[in-house]
Every structure is written in structure tokens, then in C-alpha cells.
Ligand binder design. Structure first.
Ligand code: NAG
Length: 151
């Protein structure tokens, strides 16, 4: 009996976490927002996605582009009193993160694997995610989510 419980706990630890719907807020008035944001957070504390150091989390933001785009640049930043870009992130969204070119009115999902580095501080981090058209610099998508980095 006891060994079965141990086996069960081991399985739970290995199986990737299920994605949950993460509440978000808009950036600036008029910026396009996603339909839904999902991420396989370690847990969701009210509206805060808990992320553990050394793990990778998959962010999935579903949205409907308002205009066509050939090339898209993504960015993610910490927002405190200034916005600080997260170090070491890949900005070329069309390389496997988005089905480019984007067509106005056709729903798409932006998928980004976010690795939580061990040297990031253990604290509460509001994150700003942004997609911009590489040619026109117009904002395609922008939203804030609340995260908490833990060890
Ligand atoms: C989140 O999901 C991705 C994709 O399925 C997986 O690679 C990753 O390990 C998962 N993260 C956690 C912490 O389970």
C-alpha cells in the first residue's frame, strides 16, 4: 500500500503540469488584447501564476490579429517602476511561435516556452508581453500577467 502511494507521488512529479487560464490586464488603452492566456503555472494563487526556478513554462496567448503581418517581434519585460526586458529571450516570433504571416480576423495562438533562470530573484513579478509588427512597429498584442518566482 505504502509503495503504491510513493509511486503515485513520483508520477505526479514527472507528468507536465496542465495549462490553466491566467487572468491578464491590458497595457495601454487601444492596444489589442488576447482572447485567452494560458500557462502551465505550478499553481495559480488568485490571479498570480507561480513559477519555479529551473523550470520551463509554456505561455499560450490566443488572439485575433486586427491587421495582416509578415514579420512579428515578441518581447517580455518585468514591470516595476520601469520596464526591464527579461534577459536572454528570443524575439523572432515567426520562428515557430506564431503561424506567420498573420491574416486580419484569423485567430492564432502565440506559444512561448519561458525558462525561469536560477539567478532570477525570488519575488513577485508583473510581466508585460508584447507582439509588434516588425515592418510597421504597430502593436499587435499587449498584456500584463502577474507572476511569482519561487525556488
Ligand atoms: C509546461 O508544458 C510544457 C509543454 O508541454 C512542458 O515542456 C513543460 O515541462 C511544462 N512545465 C512544467 C513545469 O510542467
Amino acid at each position: 500500500m505504502a509503495s503504491y502511494s510513493v509511486l503515485f507521488i513520483v508520477c505526479l512529479a514527472i507528468v507536465p503540469l496542465q495549462a490553466v487560464t491566467v487572468p491578464f490586464t491590458s497595457c495601454n488603452t487601444g492596444d489589442p488584447v488576447p482572447a485567452t492566456v494560458r500557462m502551465n503555472c505550478s499553481s495559480l494563487l488568485t490571479d498570480t501564476c507561480v513559477l519555479k526556478k529551473g523550470h520551463t513554462y509554456l505561455l499560450q496567448a490566443e488572439f485575433v490579429p486586427q491587421s495582416p503581418s509578415v514579420d512579428v517581434e515578441s518581447s517580455v519585460a518585468w514591470r516595476s517602476w520601469v520596464e526591464m526586458p527579461l534577459p536572454g529571450q528570443d524575439s523572432e516570433a515567426c520562428k515557430g511561435r506564431l503561424p506567420c504571416p498573420l491574416t486580419a480576423g484569423t485567430p492564432v495562438t502565440f506559444t512561448y516556452p519561458l525558462h525561469i533562470e536560477n539567478f532570477w530573484m525570488r519575488r513577485r513579478y508583473p510581466m508585460v508581453w508584447k507582439l509588434e509588427d516588425d515592418d510597421t512597429d504597430s502593436i499587435i498584442l499587449c498584456f500584463n500577467i502577474k507572476t511569482f518566482i519561487t525556488s
